[in-house]
Design a protein around this ligand. Structure first.
Ligand code: FAD
Length: 461
């Protein structure tokens, strides 16, 4: 703006003339814009100094370009361009840490440059320009920093640490001080582990909420995904001295609406199951939950990961037996690599498990033919499932199929149980699973007019 306004005036007028209109050159008692506080404290940074020399010579365009507002104006533009460059989705994906560090550096530089930019005090725009332009963001940024400083002083007690057999998942149960509000199903919180990094706060879904003797106990499941999470896996061990950690939250996430549906399908890929574990922990606790039917799908590469939540699954089994409600857990293990063709060492596994599985299906048929699991009707053959007894504390068998669920078939089966009840479908998984569930919802919605399948999606990146 100075290029088409102020600098042109510098080119056409003398210092004597300009001093009559420049704010900084007005003596005490001159009329100023409403709310104008002035910034005479920064006169040391003024170039050229104000008032301008009282001569009849024109000041010149270049004097404006090389003035404090001129130079800082170019620097401000460079800062904005760099901010845009480092904030590109591609750049953020490539290295979030570079984006994060540059953002803090550049935003601070932007505010400081803005203060210096207004030091010449040429034009009055009410309060100092920096407060007018960046006052609100500075306040909210200052608030979050102050809040995190305060949260870093609170004592969080780490009461339980469990590592999955695969070593990929770490379960942390923590007791929160009373100053934290009660978390609700599906929410998340930021975790900071000073020993891993003082400045990094990473978001994690609250996978379990329980109130023990008036104290809120929440559960997190952390997958060793990258630099910070791997460090946390090394620092926080199931045995030995408990590491210090800080928590900022809970915060709202899409899965919080899960409780609004009477019929719910939750689909979690790997650690993406955490929003649904939180829902399950709510059902398992004595809190009155109004769901009629819930189907939770958890697909994982390593079947032993399920054992990390065996206490919750056992509690749910007890709850279903004593208080009713229809909950079905679909645990699928999806090994990496191409689809197995039935050869090699896997054929032995096939031989050993096929008749056990058939026996289980026969038992279902004898008890109640409507109870046969949908996977028994998958057309994709061969079907493989393992029946295990060490996930539930009761020792009751749990079937774990190998391979991804057929979502269209599964959703149709859920819908057919009550063709007038709408179904809330929630997915927290990678793109391929999201796509196939979305397509399944579309297919189900097209095949019925009496019920709706509501698709909801959340991702962890
Ligand atoms: C709402 C939500 C809920 C989540 N819930 C879970 C969960 O329950 N369990 C789970 O295992 N994972 C969860 N995640 C993912 C988890 O936050 C990431 O896996 C974790 O932050 C990866 O950190 P990393 O350094 O190990 O990975 P890296 O691959 O090294 O870092 C990549 C990601 O870490 C984050 N990051 C990097 N540096 C910083 C920094 N300085 N400050 C803040 N963030 C930074 C960025 O998001 C970046 O994309 C959730 C994510 C979100 C958004």
């Amino acid at each position: 703006m100075h290029h088409i306004g102020t600098f042109v005036a510098f080119d056409q007028h003398s210092g004597k003339e300009l001093n009559k209109v420049l704010n900084c050159a007005q003596g005490p008692g001159a009329s100023m814009p409403v709310g104008y506080l002035g910034s005479h404290q920064l006169t040391l940074l003024q170039f050229p100094a104000c008032p301008l020399p009282e001569t009849d010579e024109k000041v010149g365009y270049l004097a404006g370009v090389l003035s404090t507002p001129g130079i800082t104006g170019y620097l401000l533009m460079a800062v904005i361009i760099l901010l845009g460059w480092f904030s590109r989705p591609k750049g953020r994906r490539l290295s979030y840490r570079v984006f994060y560090a540059m953002h803090h550096l550049l935003v601070t530089a932007w505010v400081l440059l803005l203060v210096v930019h207004a030091a010449n005090d040429w034009v009055g725009v009410g309060v100092p320009v920096v407060l007018l332009i960046a006052g609100l963001p500075i306040l909210s940024y200052g608030f979050t920093r102050a809040k995190r400083l305060y949260l870093s002083c609170l004592k969080i007690e780490l009461v339980k640490v469990v590592r999955s057999e695969s070593g990929q998942l770490l379960r942390l149960d923590v007791d929160l001080p009373r100053s934290y509000r009660l978390a609700t199903v599906g929410e998340y919180a930021y975790i900071n582990v000073p020993k891993a990094s003082c400045t990094e706060w990473h978001p994690f879904t609250i996978a379990g909420i329980e109130v023990v003797d008036g104290v809120q106990r929440i559960t997190f499941i952390i997958m060793a995904a990258g630099i910070w999470t791997k460090k946390v896996h090394e620092i926080i061990k199931p045995e030995g001295e408990r590491a210090v950690l800080h928590i900022d939250g809970p915060y709202f996430a899409p899965a919080v609406t899960i409780q609004a549906h009477e019929v719910v399908v939750g689909i979690g890929g790997g650690v993406g199951v955490t929003p649904f574990l939180s829902f399950l922990s709510h059902i398992a606790s004595d809190a009155a939950s109004n769901f009629k039917r819930a189907h939770i799908f958890w697909t994982t590469r390593t079947a032993s990961d399920y054992k990390i939540m065996s206490d919750l699954f056992s509690k749910l089994e007890e709850r279903m037996q004593t208080r009713g409600g229809k909950l079905v857990l679909h645990l699928h293990t999806t090994p990496k690599g191409s689809i197995w063709k039935g050869d090699g060492i896997g054929s032995l596994f096939d031989l050993a498990t096929r008749h056990i599985w058939q026996k289980r299906v026969d038992t279902f048929i004898r008890k109640d033919p409507t109870m046969i699991p949908t996977i028994a009707r998958y057309t994709r053959m061969p079907l493989h499932a393992v029946v295990v007894n060490d996930i539930l504390h009761s020792g009751n068998p749990v079937a774990i199929p190998v391979g991804r669920p057929d979502f269209t078939r599964e959703l149709k089966a859920v819908g057919n149980q009550d063709t007038h009840a709408d179904v809330g479908v929630y997915v927290c998984a990678g793109e391929p699973v999201k796509q196939s569930v979305e397509e399944a919802c579309v297919a189900c919605n097209m095949s019925t007019t009496t019920q709706k399948f509501h698709f909801n999606y959340e991702r962890f990146s």
